[in-house]
Every structure is written in structure tokens, then in C-alpha cells.
Design a protein around this ligand. Structure first.
Ligand code: GLC
Length: 517
């Protein structure tokens, strides 16, 4: 169905403007190949590489000295590269911090999971005030905030129902706020009396049943932990305008002992798959002893993964609320996002996003190779508000139908090939096109070098007609693919097409054939 390609693309070889085949080597490769790999992205190797380019010519004068400097700088750059490779081979990440299985192996379930559910549950749900920030910012006194302890009943807490809802939404993991900045622990901690077992009518550990229910549903377990504790008398920060102390090593040490103790409890008792830290911005990595925390967590649970808010000692980036406009540089990332404008339960906040808006935002994440961590805020008795249940169910309809175009996908094509978000299957031979709008005519797909095998509607047993136009016999430029999309195959929220290619996608951009990615 497609015309014969006049040029065969040999991987690792590309054509320059003069149409001469060139081996893919330094300095002549197409722009997309110049992106730095893991070794070159560390600040150190980048700086050194840059200096090999800049310094020699700036000195002027003595050619022998210039040659010597050049040789020296090149050796330094090579050494940095070799060190980075050795670190990688030893199972460490780019910063050399990881013990145990390497980052890629630990992160693989997360990379495939795509959707997680964040659960902000705490005493702030009793009055429906902002989690922790409401007293920190002076909207309510600390005493009035803490009075909510008496109303935190958890009487309708049904973690199995939570797990079913989460599973039904299509999420593959969840993250529960074990302790927010207010310092109220949802488990029976030996390191703080401020916990729901000792201080609220709930009177029991709320984490263990959550962990068990998630595991029964085959979901990965995440625990959120705030490094900040604005209620701990040994923690320096309290209210926005009132600190407890500036410098008091003995009190800081006492705080650190309790802080590390609580993190250790979570790790040992519940063995979560994911630690979601928060609040790192108030102190430095050194003060938190972030490397030490990472070390003991991975000693306990060598497979665990850690978000970036451990003062830079995590495994993946966690942008908040804003879906990125362009593809982030981080290999692993997850946007955390509220359904309305609040993390915890706030009955007055009716500003919910619609399910189809959430689907669109989710697809943006898929197309840029990231995950979405969508938040719910259960009430003080443990009930998930009905509006949030509805959104989870509507999302679940879409993810179940389009599972193929969600789980295990990788970032899609760079701009210019298709008007809309795209993603690729892990083997890069199926291209997913997400149709944000109802097409007014045939869809256009440009710059795809591979022959097309078929075009399907994901989630339906339907193949679509397509044709190639503009294929010139004398040019390696691929033709333009036009796909007809009949009205009856459209999804209520977002239609997805699968373009099955012969082999991993190869693109034609900037006047030449380039490898995908
Ligand atoms: C911020 C807020 C916190 C919220 C978190 C979720 O760090 O401090 O209230 O839990 O974002 O990402």
C-alpha cells in the first residue's frame, strides 16, 4: 500500500545535505543525536567538555602551549567519561549515590505504570482546611488546627474500597500521606506522640491496612513523608513569621534522631515500593543527611524508589501542578496534580477539572514520557468524596479502553510530525496518535520513514484507511500519510489511533533521516 522507498536507511549512518552517506561520528551528527547521554549530562563532564572547545583558541600566542593544554583538557574529559561509565557499570546513578540494583532496574515498573493516585488524608479533613499550610500561614491558630485531632474518626475507612477505586481508575500505584508538614503520623510511631493511634478517635494504625489492600490489588505502594515537622518542638521552623530557634545543634540533633527514626519505621514496618519525600526546601541536603537517608532506605529495601524531594538524592523528578510544555530533560518524572485546587478534603472547593480535561493532561504526560500522580482527598471518616469517585471511574473507562496506548509507552515524536500528542510502544514500532479534537478532515502524519503496516483505532476492532501522498521517486523524503477517521470510531473523551510500523520508528527531519528519539 506504500510506494517503494528510494533510499534505505542504515542505522548509524545518515545522509548530510550533500546526500552523501556519512558514518555517525562526532561533530557531523544530526542535532537530535547530539543530545547528551547520561555520562555527559553531569555538571562535571559538561563543564569539562565545554572547556575543551573554548579554552585553546582564547589563549592566542604559543602553539606548543595551546597543544599541551588541549591534550590535557581532552585527557580530563576522557577521564570524566570513563569514570561516569565505570560508575554506571557499578550500578550507581549519574551522581554515584545508588547502592544495590541500578536505577534503571529499580525504576522500570514506575516507567511503565504511568498513572498513580496521590492520597492526602489527615486531620485537616475534619474542618476542611488547607493541609498544614493553614496554620503555618496563620489562617487558623495551631491550637485550633490541632483540635481537629478529636474529630479524626476514620470510622468509614475501607482501604479495600480505596484499592478497588484506584485499580479501577487504571492507576498502578498510590502514595498516601503517612505524615504531612503538620507532623501528625498515621501510624503508631515510637518517635512521636503526635500520631492517630494515641491522639485521635481513629485509635489504630491506618497504614498497615492500606498497604495490605493495595498489595492484594496488585498495586505498588507509595508512602509520602514530610521531612518538615512544624509541630515538633525541636524543629526550628514553626509559623511563617515565627521560628523556634536559629541555631541549636542539640535540638537539631534530637529532631534528626526522631525524623530518621520515623522514616526507618515506615521502611521496616511497611516496606513501601516508593518513598515520596516532601518539604526538603527548608533545609540543605547536609542538614537532612539526605545521603544517609537514601542509604539506609536502600539497605532495607534495595528495590525501592525515591522521589526527587530528598534534597536531590532521589530517582525521579516531581514537578507540581504544571504539566510541562516541552519534554523535560529528566529520564523519569511525574507531575502531581489535584482534581480541584486542594490536596486535602475541602468541601468548599468545587473547582473540579472535568474527566476529559484530566485525560488530556494525562496524555500530555504520556507524550513526554512522564507519569501523572492524580490526587484525592478523603474525608475525615475515610470516605472518598463522590465527585472524586466519579472522576476516578471516568478515567478508568478511558484507561481500560486505551490500555495499549498507556502502559509501557515511551515519549512520542518531536514536534512537526503530527498535530497533537503522540507516544511510542516500548519497542518503538507502534506509534500512538491521540486526537484531542474531532478531525475536520483526514489526519496528516509527516516524516515517517518506515513503511506502515496498518492503522487501527485503539480499543475498537477497527482498521482505518490511509494513503501516502507526495512521495517523490528522486528524494529520500518520505511521503505524507493521510488517515481517514470516520465519526463513528471517535471516543467520548479522546480517540487514540495506533500506527503499526515496520520496525522501530525512523524519522525524516531537518532535511535528513534521523534515528527516532
Ligand atoms: C507541596 C505542599 C504540600 C503538598 C505537596 C504535594 O509540597 O507543601 O502541601 O502535599 O506539595 O506535592
Amino acid at each position: 500500500m506504500y510506494p517503494e522507498q528510494s533510499v534505505t536507511h542504515v542505522p548509524g549512518v545518515y545522509l548530510d545535505d550533500s546526500q552523501q552517506p556519512i558514518a555517525g561520528g562526532v561533530g557531523r551528527c544530526p542535532p537530535s543525536w547530539r543530545r547528551a547521554g547520561p555520562a555527559a549530562t553531569s555538571g562535571l563532564s559538561r563543564a569539562r567538555t565545554r572547556s575543551t572547545i573554548e579554552s585553546p583558541s582564547s589563549g592566542g600566542g604559543d602553539a606548543a602551549v595551546t597543544t599541551l593544554i588541549r591534550a590535557l583538557l581532552v585527557s580530563i574529559a576522557l577521564l570524566a567519561l570513563a569514570q561516569a561509565e565505570a560508575t554506571k557499570a557499578a550500578g550507581a546513578d549519574a551522581s554515584g549515590r545508588t547502592a544495590g540494583p541500578d536505577t534503571e532496574q529499580r525504576m522500570s515498573w514506575f516507567e511503565d505504570a504511568k498513572l498513580g493516585i496521590f492520597i492526602h488524608w489527615g486531620i485537616y479533613a475534619v474542618k476542611g482546611v488547607g493541609e498544614s499550610w493553614s496554620f503555618h500561614n496563620g489562617h487558623i491558630s495551631h491550637a485550633d488546627y490541632m483540635a481537629q485531632l478529636d474529630g479524626f474518626t476514620a470510622e468509614n475507612y475501607d482501604p479495600r474500597r480505596w484499592a478497588e477505586l484506584i485499580r479501577g481508575s487504571g492507576a498502578r500505584y498510590a502514595v498516601l500521606t503517612a505524615k504531612h508538614h503538620d507532623g501528625v503520623a498515621l501510624w503508631d510511631s515510637e518517635h512521636t506522640d503526635l500520631n492517630v493511634v494515641d491522639r485521635t478517635p481513629a485509635g489504630r494504625d491506618l497504614i498497615a491496612p492500606y498497604v495490605a489492600a493495595l498489595r492484594d490489588e496488585g498495586l505498588k505502594v507509595g508512602l509520602y513523608y514530610s521531612l518538615i515537622d512544624w509541630s515538633d518542638p525541636n524543629y526550628p521552623n514553626f509559623l511563617r513569621a515565627q521560628k523556634r530557634y536559629e541555631d541549636d545543634p542539640a535540638r537539631w540533633e534530637a529532631f534528626t534522631r526522631s525524623n530518621h527514626g520515623q522514616i526507618g519505621e515506615l521502611s521496616e514496618r511497611y516496606r513501601p515500593d516508593l518513598f515520596w519525600f516532601d518539604g526538603d526546601w527548608e533545609q540543605s541536603a547536609g542538614r537532612w543527611q539526605a545521603p544517609r537517608i537514601r542509604e539506609f532506605l536502600l539497605e532495607d529495601n534495595p528495590e525501592a524508589i525515591i522521589n526527587s524531594r530528598l534534597a536531590g538524592y532521589g530517582d525521579y523528578a516531581t514537578p507540581e501542578q504544571g504539566v510541562p510544555v516541552t519534554r523535560p530533560r529528566d529520564r523519569y518524572w511525574e507531575v502531581c496534580m489535584t482534581m480541584n485546587d486542594s490536596w486535602g478534603y475541602q468541601p468548599d472547593d468545587r473547582n473540579y477539572k472535568s474527566a476529559d480535561q484530566i485525560v488530556q493532561l494525562f496524555v500530555e504526560c504520556l507524550s513526554m514520557g512522564g507519569n501523572l500522580l492524580l490526587d484525592i482527598g478523603p474525608m475525615a471518616d475515610g470516605t472518598v468524596p463522590p465527585e472524586q469517585v466519579t472522576i476516578l471511574e471516568e478515567l478508568g473507562r478511558w484507561t481500560a479502553k486505551h490500555a495499549e496506548a498507556v502502559y509501557g509507552t515511551r515519549a512520542g515524536l518531536p514536534e512537526g510530525h503530527f498535530h497533537g500528542p503522540t507516544a511510542l510502544s516500548a519497542d518503538r514500532s507502534t506509534l500512538y496518535l491521540y486526537l484531542a479534537c474531532r478531525p475536520a478532515g483526514p489526519l496528516m502524519l509527516k516524516g515517517i520513514v518506515n513503511p506502515v503496516r496498518s492503522v487501527r483505532v485503539v480499543g475498537r476492532d477497527a482498521e482505518l484507511a490511509w494513503e501516502i501522498r507526495m512521495k517523490l521517486s528522486w528524494s529520500e523524503m518520505p511521503g505524507v500519510i493521510f488517515i481517514g477517521v470516520p465519526e463513528e470510531v471517535l471516543d467520548a473523551d479522546m480517540t487514540v489511533l495506533a500506527v503499526d510500523l515496520e520496525g522501530p520508528v525512523t524519522l525524516y527531519r531537518d532535511g535528513r533521516i534521523v534515528e527516532g528519539d
